[in-house]
Design a binder for this molecule. Structure first.
Ligand SMILES: *Cc1c(COP(=O)(O)O)cnc(C)c1O
Length: 363
């Protein structure tokens, strides 16, 4: 680790903007490690700054790029903590493996997220729903246009002090034409290209006054899968349903947390095929009382309407008791207001904390 003083100085001069928004402003520091000659270098904190990249770098041509999205929280009288970092590390490695990129060792991943979070301690926005959004990512840098694997990579962690991504209810447009992902493809990992493939539909949804695209399965176009960056749940006859992980759906860590929380509270949770036509009927008959989406950035967000391109709209009841219940339980754990009975929060270890900040915590 180099330039401690520099890094601390950069953080001292950083002012949280108002309003904060989501992912709009980045910390002035980042963590960076390079992979070359078959191994990862240790990595270090640096000033957040533009990167030098050869125009022939593979990532720019063949899309070898994967990422994670995770959150760190400021808590009282303790070092900040990070929500389920080991799950994010494991998922990052699954993404890397699928795109033929080298694994990130556990130590390197934790160094990256922990040093950033430790130096940011005083600048993590403390209010309910606010957090430090961490974005670890890896991309291929070998300048070579052959369709062969890259030999050089970079691992970076940047961070954005943020509010909840989507705080109100959401209007969701059913996409009956395009597909996001296929089984055997890359839909179940966080590969950059998946999100590029969703942008056209996102623009159409926005033009029609919707917030998000609802993707159907690529074969029958009959079963709901998820939104472009969030998983989806329905409350049907008082029990909770979510599409089972078919291989083209991204297995969200928030999705997993909700399933565990809901079962623990006493709800019945079913992971199953969910046909869009059946869901529409259940909304119309009143059997489906809630739809909600979830992901790290958003937490849990209720869906008020699902709509079709032809203008049909299906409206959900405005009360969302189940979503609200789960949301408050999840946030209580994340903000350290309730006992973390699942062991989901990882406190940044003392070894990462700069001395001045240790003082700040105990005061
Ligand atoms: C990241 C993501 C999610 C949510 O995953 P979390 O681990 O809960 O943040 C859901 N769907 C897609 C397509 C995603 O990229």
């Amino acid at each position: 680790m180099t330039h401690y003083n520099n890094i601390a100085h950069l953080m001292d001069n950083f002012i949280l903007p108002k309003p904060l928004g989501f992912g709009r402003v980045f910390l002035p520091i980042m963590f960076r490690a390079r992979f070359a000659k078959g191994d990862w270098e240790p990595g270090e904190l640096q000033a957040y700054a533009p990167l030098m990249l050869e125009p022939g770098a593979k990532v720019l041509h063949y899309g070898q790029s994967v990422f994670e999205g995770m959150k760190a929280f400021r808590v009282n009288h303790s070092n900040p903590h990070v929500f389920r970092p080991k799950c994010h590390w494991q998922r990052l490695n699954r993404s890397l493996t699928r795109l033929c990129m080298p694994d990130i060792p556990e130590r390197l991943f934790f160094d990256g997220i922990a040093y950033i979070t430790a130096y940011a301690t005083e600048k993590i926005p403390p209010e309910h729903g606010q957090s430090l959004y961490l974005r670890p990512f890896v991309f291929a840098t070998s300048p070579d246009l052959s369709l062969k694997n890259s030999t050089c990579y970079e691992f970076l962690v940047i961070a954005s002090p943020s509010e909840i991504y989507h705080s109100g209810t959401m209007r969701v447009l059913i996409e009956r034409d395009r597909c996001r992902a296929a089984v055997g493809g890359t839909g179940n990992i966080k590969a950059g290209g998946n999100y590029a493939a969703a942008l056209h539909s996102a623009r159409e949804s926005e033009e029609k006054g919707f917030d998000q695209t609802l993707w159907l399965d690529p074969y029958s176009r009959n079963c709901i899968e998820e939104l472009s960056g969030m998983n989806i749940f329905a409350v049907i006859d008082r029990s909770i349903h979510t599409p089972h992980l078919t291989g083209s759906i991204l297995g969200g860590i928030t999705r997993d947390s909700i399933i565990q929380l809901a079962k623990n509270i006493g709800y019945e949770v079913t992971e199953t095929d969910m046909q869009i036509e059946a869901l529409i009927e259940q909304i119309q008959s009143g059997q489906c009382t809630e739809l909600f989406a979830c992901g790290t950035a958003t937490g849990i967000s209720s869906i008020s309407i699902i709509g079709e391109h032809d203008g049909k709209e299906y409206i959900l009841p405005s009360a969302s008791p189940v979503a609200n219940h789960l949301k408050s339980r999840l946030m209580e754990i994340q903000h350290d207001k309730k006992d973390d009975q699942f062991g989901w929060c990882w406190t940044v270890a003392d070894q990462y904390m700069p001395a001045e900040l240790k003082q700040f915590i105990t005061n």
